[in-house]
Each structure stands twice: as C-alpha cells, then as structure tokens.
Ligand binder design. Sequence first.
Ligand SMILES: [Zn+2]
Length: 306
Amino acid sequence: MSVLERGWLSANNIVFAADSGDEPGAAVVDTGYQIHGEQTVTLIEAALAGQPLARILNTHLHSDHCGGNAALQTHWPQAQCLIPPGQAEAVHNWDPHALSYTPTGQDCPRFAIHGLLEPGAEVRLSGRDWQIHAAPGHDPHSIILFEPQSRTLVSADALWENGFGVVFPELEGESAFDEVAATLDVIEGLAPQTIVPGHGPVFYALEPALATARRRLEGFVQDPKRHALYAAKVLLKYKLLEWQRIRLDALRAWARQTPYFRLLHTRYFSLQTEQQWLQEIVDGLISSGAAQRQESAEQGSWLLNT
Ligand SMILES: [Zn+2]
C-alpha cells in the first residue's frame, strides 16, 4: 500500500499494488480533484510500477475524492469503479445536483461505475481482506476501510488528525451530528494503529485525534451557526485553492450562484445582507492567513490564495 499524500484540493490517493498472481488486481482508493487529473494518473502509474490499474474505489463521491476517476478510466479503460451504495443511480444518470457538485459550486467529470462497496462486506486489496464499514456524518453514503491484521484504517473524511470534514447534510437542514458521533464510536471500536485520512498525513495516535474530533463536534452541536460559518469558509477556501486568485466581484458572482452559499446565508445569517456576510467570510479568511487581498488600480480588488 502506498499513500500519495496530496494537497487539500485533492484527497489522498491510496494505491494498492497487486500481489503476484493476486486477483482482482491493483487498486486505488480515492482519486483527487479534477484539475489534478493528469498529475493523479502520473503519480498512480509511478506507484504501480508497470502494473495496470484494475480497480478504482471511492470512499464517497465528493469532487475531491472522485474527480480523478474519469482521467484514470481514460488511461486504464479496463479499470472497474466501485462506489458506496446509495448514489449509483445519480452516477448512472449523472445528476450533478444529487452528487453535490452543483450545490457546492465544484466540478467533477462524468465517470462510469461497475460495482458497490457494501458495508459489512470485504474487499481484497494487495492480498488482504479489508472490511467495509458505513461512516455516515460528513457524507451520508461514505464508507471507511479497515484491515484487522495490521489494524490499518482508511478513514476518508470521517476522521482526520485534526478534526473531520464539514457535515454536509446539516447544511441542508438534515441532522447528522449524531451520525458523526456514531461513526467516531465505530472508529474507536476498530482501534486502528495506523490511520490513513482523506486529507493530511498518515497518523498513528488515535486517542488525541478522537478527542479533537469530539471536542469540535460538541462545539458544533452547541452552536450550529459555528458549523455553518466553518462550512462557508471551507467552501470558499476550497474554491480559492482551485482559482488561486480571483477578482472579488467574480467571487461574489460565484457565491450568488452556489446553492449551499445561498442556503447557509438564508438559514443562519439572514440578519446580514448576502454581501455583508460574504465580506465577513472573506475578512475571516484574510485575518486567519488563509487568503490575501490585493488592490489593483486597473483591475479592482482580488483575493489571493496563500
Ligand atoms: Zn468529503
């Protein structure tokens, strides 16, 4: 197993080379964001050292986890794609709204799927059987993978070293903080020794990570507005990672046409105008050092990624 740790725009790629004569062949778990598609192909090709990629597995279908699927399928047309259950129809019909790409204002090229990763079942990777566990919360359909001999966990966005991903169902008014807590309990029960998160480096200390995640979750449960503001900042910073620099008026236009932004504003921050609220988020990113403002006499105000 090789972990290709990527920047935050692309989720980590976990590459499983095939054992000699091992069926059903080499695999990758999660494939990054679409603008890095070519880089993803190159990195995985190097990690496989000549073996063909036989399978693409996705822990969930956020654009930073399956955005490289299409590029990989073009490069390895025989590769079978396996996804968690619950969204197969949305992929077959390519429904970018149901798949979250329209609501988040992100992009993901269309890909084909060939099978499901059913919780309770196992999937063979590099000659070992990995358990598939449901991990709802961050995404209702997400799964995580666990290999009991080495006690290795592929935790996707359910647990990072310093928290977990935005709880997307909450943005739509569906309660999901309880699911986040239940998934953290599942992870605690598995007692992994090595944790390969969807973002950031591999880590080994489970207890402090769980404590951080539970503390964060408790803060969101106590004050859901805090989670809403965090979500808005994440969505904006994520887009800024893609743009690198954007004129403030273009950023406002993107926010106006991005459904989750409008939803967050209406649901939690309607005492401010949309413009005031967006300004507050931008100011927050600047003061935390996540972005920089640049004034240009001819071109107006820009926001820069840092
Ligand atoms: Zn995600």
